[in-house]
Design a protein around this ligand. Structure first.
Ligand SMILES: NC(=O)c1ccc[n+]([C@@H]2O[C@H](COP(=O)([O-])OP(=O)(O)OC[C@H]3O[C@@H](n4cnc5c(N)ncnc54)[C@H](OP(=O)(O)O)[C@@H]3O)[C@@H](O)[C@H]2O)c1
Length: 345
């Protein structure tokens, strides 16, 4: 049994960490912080956890030592507070973008100057499917971004197999409102947000850097990412338009995906010929750590559309972080993450 704490526990990512960790067989949740709700039961922020735990929020200034610290803070906060956080735990898993990129110049291009560039390169990228060996050896992990996660899982097998034009891929991701976190803003007000199909970032999305960093391991890679906010609470769905360098039949594409993902516990290939859910849909994945992957080949061109779906708060954040913890600790990778989702919902 290890003792873990959650910094930034009143937010959506922190709440999902808490929900998952309360059901984890090898973890005891020690402290969960919130400055705004210090002293209040955690169910004040996470009503789904009523009766699940007697824990109350701790002020972040009263955070004590633990074996592993999860941070689910807004962008930039963990890096700025690093000197205070580092002595608190031997192991650290961060959900923000602060430590995902190794190159300070690339970080600066997408996020501005990093407050602690000396820390970049010290964290293992947390997406198990593309970085399992490094996570196993790491004490510090940076969980991937949700749009990056769903894009990478759609694309990695094809880039690794060398069957696509490496600079022509367009990824169109649709995301739910929980991606914006628990703090309301003008755009999240219900009369404004409800019913939207809102291009959030048609070009220049920050997660492009993570996707390209991972895909470039097998050769230069450019990805053209667009993100659109749609009227769901949870979910990220990617349509990745890749252009083939050689004609492939359906069975060839299935072969590439099966050989890459056949042994992955949290990637499911969706290969149904009919039915309402014959292609991946995040509706089925709410609360789960799965990524569903499927595809359609365009018979009239060299375009292959790979479709991937996740829950942005689970596989795209908290669940991915717990999966990384399981790997880091040498436990069953699936521990605490068995929830198969709900249908109908
Ligand atoms: N939402 C997603 O789908 C998603 C997916 C992947 C990654 N992420 C990343 O995960 C991190 C957490 O995201 P989230 O959606 O959980 O955010 P959130 O809902 O806004 O929660 C942020 C948490 O940080 C605390 N906090 C500490 N310092 C703060 C400050 N200066 N300003 C505002 N809040 C502060 C807040 O509580 P108190 O103020 O009460 O302490 C709250 O508990 C972010 O870096 C985000 O980019 C989010």
């Amino acid at each position: 049994m290890i003792r873990v704490s959650i910094l930034g526990g009143s937010g959506y990512g922190g709440g999902e960490l808490l929900r998952i960790l309360l059901g984890h067989p090898a973890v005891e949740v020690s402290q969960v912080t919130s400055r705004s709700l210090a002293g209040k039961p955690v169910s004040r922020a996470h009503p789904n956890l009523r009766g699940a735990t007697p824990l109350r929020f701790t002020d972040p200034d009263d955070l004590g030592q633990c074996d592993l610290l999860f941070a689910a803070l807004p962008h930039g906060e963990a890096a700025r507070r690093w000197d205070d956080l580092a002595p608190l735990a031997e192991r650290f898993i961060d959900l923000s973008a602060d430590f995902r990129l190794d190159d300070p110049a690339i970080h600066a291009r997408h996020y501005g100057e990093h407050p602690r560039p000396d820390l970049l390169g010290r964290f293992a990228y947390g997406l198990a499917e593309v970085n399992r060996d490094a996570i196993r050896d790491a004490t510090h992990v940076a969980a991937g971004g949700c749009n990056a996660t769903v894009s990478i899982l759609a694309l990695a097998p094809l880039y690794e197999a060398g069957v696509v034009h490496r600079d022509r891929t367009v990824v169109d991701v649709k995301v739910g409102s929980s991606e914006g976190g628990a703090q309301p803003n003008e755009g999240s007000h219900h009369p404004i947000r409800s019913g939207v199909v809102r291009p959030y970032k048609a070009v220049g999305h920050r997660h492009t850097a993570e996707v390209e960093a991972v895909l470039s391991r097998t050769g230069d890679a450019r990805v053209h990412l667009s993100v659109t906010a749609v009227d769901v609470v949870r979910g990220a769905a990617a349509l990745a338009h890749v252009f083939l360098t050689e004609p492939l039949a359906e069975k060839d594409v299935w072969g590439i995906l099966r050989s890459r993902y056949g042994a992955e516990p949290f990637v499911r290939l969706v290969a149904e010929r009919s039915g309402a859910f014959k292609l991946p849909d995040p509706k089925l994945l709410a609360g789960t750590n799965y990524c569903d992957v499927g595809f359609e080949l365009d018979p009239l061109s060299d375009r292959l559309v790979v479709i991937a779906a996740i829950d942005n708060l689970v596989k795209g954040s908290a669940g991915q972080a717990v999966q990384a913890m399981n790997i880091m600790m040498g436990w069953d990778e699936r521990a605490g993450l068995a929830f198969p989702g709900l249908h109908p919902v």
